[in-house]
Ligand binder design. Sequence first.
Ligand SMILES: CC(C)(COP(=O)(O)OP(=O)(O)OC[C@H]1O[C@@H](n2cnc3c(N)ncnc32)[C@H](O)[C@@H]1OP(=O)(O)O)[C@@H](O)C(=O)NCCC(=O)NCCS
Length: 174
Amino acid sequence: MISIIPLVEIDPALVEQLLDAAFGKDRHERTAYKVREGMNILEGLSVAAVDSAENELLGSLQCWPVALTDEQGKMHPMIMVGPVAVHPDCQGEGVGKAMLGAMLKELQEGESLPLVMIGDPAYYDRFFDFSPARTRGWTLPGPWEPDRLLVRAHETAKLPKKGKLGPWVRPASP
Ligand SMILES: CC(C)(COP(=O)(O)OP(=O)(O)OC[C@H]1O[C@@H](n2cnc3c(N)ncnc32)[C@H](O)[C@@H]1OP(=O)(O)O)[C@@H](O)C(=O)NCCC(=O)NCCS
């Protein structure tokens, strides 16, 4: 029996173990970590999947405050989704879909900040409308595969064509 609960209710050490199991211990070198460096998770949107009968952590999904800085230096706030991790022993059993569904339910459809992530479009585009089509002119603080830089935003949302993604911090004063 899968339950989706706030991630803050889980011991952080267990979450780290799960992320190591899903992504490997070298995961901290990934560009996604640099994009949200120094930020704290958005607690209201970050969830865990647990097997309440077995008292086991099955999955975790974290969200972060990030921003796309356009060519004029203006920051456009966004929500970075990820890592999304499902324990290797229970992948393909609906845990990922349950966590993404719970997170999206917290957001006002059409009124949310854009959601951005680095992930597999074969999963995130197919099931959740995250697409690389509008991120082609964006850059990141490290290497990335353009087809895996995905955004989910209302079609009328004005997204800068060019910009650099990074932590959502107060711009340095001139
Ligand atoms: C990717 C991940 C989050 C998906 O969660 P999950 O609980 O395993 O998947 P779900 O049960 O929600 O969804 C299953 C469906 O997604 C598909 N699917 C799962 N992972 C996929 C992937 N990486 N690419 C394409 N499709 C995928 C399955 O084939 C299945 O399709 P079906 O419904 O047509 O049978 C999870 O497998 C995971 O954590 N993987 C390890 C980390 C990783 O590789 N992440 C990559 C993206 S950051």
